[in-house]
Ligand binder design. Structure first.
Ligand code: BES
Ligand code: MN
Ligand code: ZN
Length: 512
């Protein structure tokens, strides 16, 4: 990952490939943002004029390259648009910086070192720019095997290597708050990028056992407690949901429990992640056009995994248990059939009417297992329904809960970290659509409001009296379009930062 430093260096003498400055959209013309004073001065205070001449407006995400002023060691100035002048709330401001830093970092792929002269008003701004750089510079090229260069120099196989080094100009390396914000950004971004790697890894290399092994390595590295239930243990324990989904695959399912504990913790959180390493739909097979990206169906488990490790790296005073419900959903002679009945870990029976509604089955068992430990709050994250993508599009996740205040709190925390989300209801009338003539409940109900139906199904497997929220990331988990802001193509790491924020809020005693 890109190496980050807080730097007090002056822009002119800095040896770098580029200096990044911010430009906002003024009333009539672009306005040079705070932090770029020294650069502006070197253009005789005419940087705004130069930018305007070059057609820049300061619109969000806009990039303008110009030669550095005479006397600068760096050859290039890269102006990145910050949009409208700062006005809105702190979270909005931070997100603007995060996006701008991400756009610039991505544009600087192939460069060794860049200096970021963006407005660093406080520690929050430092954290935002750092996250933007680290997340925006991400690239996944494990599977690109372009011929090695003649001199055998290390080179990204994808073409350009991610930006190697970034100095945040105007940062205060001795300021404790700024230093902490930088360290936090590094820990969260590293784990988030690891989640992206997991999502991007194809299912022929990442099956449930492989994912569990990676979790085991991370547990060792970070001193976490881990328990992996394999298919034998799952059978013995009666985890009919996870087993039923995984029984058609030659790669058997796993339930991973990853625990971070702090000796001074007074609150406990449980995170549950949907970990379908590939969702073919099973016997209710998905048609071509709907299965090409289904390696992403373990994005919830990847987010939970990343968040637990990040909480540990940050040393948060809270106990966090992550549950990864891992299975591969495949059709075969041993696969579960539409019409089969599964006996779930909770004891309830489920008639499987559609084997493609598999996420709720693995989550049900993990939610019940997590509930047994009576956490103060329980949150599941899942690429659960296409209906949620239809409702909210590809960048916003839906949040449902059995507690209105908690749902609002989760939506607010998502906003604070720059993740678009929206509260969704759990309408009681949709429950009867899942009535089964054979079993306690069916795994499918009315088609309309399918995302909410799935949420109502999950609610049946949350223990009594437990505060629970469900985050459906089917839209934002995997970016099928071009990169934007600090979000790359492919796995995005959706919900990681919201979960980390929740752990921070719980650690600070502010969880209602
Ligand atoms: N993994 C899918 C949901 C999904 C769709 C994730 C698009 C990401 C992008 C899930 O397992 C699924 O197939 N859901 C079905 C449920 C239906 C059969 C009740 C769906 O949404 O169509
Ligand atoms: Mn499915
Ligand atoms: Zn699925």
């Amino acid at each position: 990952m890109t190496a980050l430093t807080l730097s007090t260096a002056a822009a002119p003498g800095l040896r770098a490939d580029a200096i990044v400055v911010g430009v906002t959209k003024g009333a009539k013309r672009p306005v040079v943002a705070q932090g770029a004073e020294a650069v502006d001065k070197a253009y005789d205070g005419k940087l705004a004029d130069v930018l305007e001449t070059l057609g820049a407006s300061g619109a969000e995400g806009e990039l303008t390259k110009l030669p550095a002023p005479a006397g600068f060691k760096a050859p290039l100035v890269l102006a990145v648009g910050l949009g409208d002048e700062p006005s809105k709330d702190a979270a909005h401001e931070a997100e603007t910086l995060r996006k701008a830093a991400g756009v610039a970092a991505r544009a600087l792929a192939g460069s060794k070192k860049a200096a970021f002269a963006l407005p660093l008003a406080d520690a929050d701004a430092v954290g935002a720019v750092a996250e933007g750089v680290l997340l925006g510079a991400y690239s996944f090229d494990t599977y690109k095997e372009t011929a090695a260069p003649a001199d055998n120099a290390p080179k990204a196989k994808n073409g350009k290597a991610p930006l190697a080094e970034a100095a945040l100009l105007g940062g205060k390396p001795r300021d404790k708050e700024q230093k902490a914000a930088l360290d936090r950004a590094v820990a969260v971004s590293e784990e988030l990028n690891r989640a992206r790697d997991l999502v991007n890894t194809p299912a022929n290399d990442l099956n449930p056992a492989a994912f569990a092994a990676i979790a085991q390595d991370a547990a060792k590295e970070h001193g976490l407690k881990i328990q992996v239930l394999d298919e034998k243990a799952l059978t013995k324990g009666g985890y009919g949901g996870i087993l039923g989904v995984g029984v058609g695959s030659v790669s058997p399912p796993r339930l991973v429990k990853l625990s971070y504990t702090h000796p001074k913790a007074s609150k406990s959180l449980a995170f549950v992640g949907k970990g379908i390493t590939y969702d073919s739909g099973g016997i209710s097979l998905k048609p071509a056009g709907h299965n090409e990206t289904m390696k992403c169906d373990m994005s919830g488990a990847a987010a939970v995994f990343a968040a637990v490790v990040a909480a540990a790296r940050l040393g948060l005073e809270v106990n966090v248990t992550g549950w990864l419900a891992l299975a591969e959903n495949m059709p075969s002679g041993s696969a579960v059939r539409p019409g089969d009945v599964l006996r779930m870990y909770s004891g309830k029976t489920v008639e499987v009417l559609n084997t493609d509604a598999e996420g709720r089955l693995v989550l049900a068992d993990a939610l019940w297992a997590a509930s047994a430990e009576k956490p103060d709050a329980l949150v599941d994250v899942a690429t659960l329904t296409g209906a949620m993508v239809l409702a909210l599009g590809s960048r916003t996740f839906g949040v449902m809960a059995n507690d209105d205040a908690f749902r609002s709190a989760v939506v607010e925390m998502a906003e604070e970290v720059g993740e678009p989300s929206w509260p969704m209801p759990l309408p009681e009338h949709l429950r009867k659509g899942m009535d089964s003539s054979t079993a306690d409940i069916a795994n499918m109900g009315e088609r309309m409001g399918g995302g909410l139906v799935a949420g109502l199904f999950l609610r049946e497997f949350v223990g009594d009296g437990i505060t629970w929220a469900h985050i459906d990331i089917a839209g934002p988990a995997f970016n099928e379009q071009g990169p934007f802001g600090y979000t790359p193509k492919g796995g995005t790491g959706s919900a990681v930062r919201t979960l980390v924020r929740l752990a921070e809020v719980a650690a600070s005693g502010d969880l209602a």
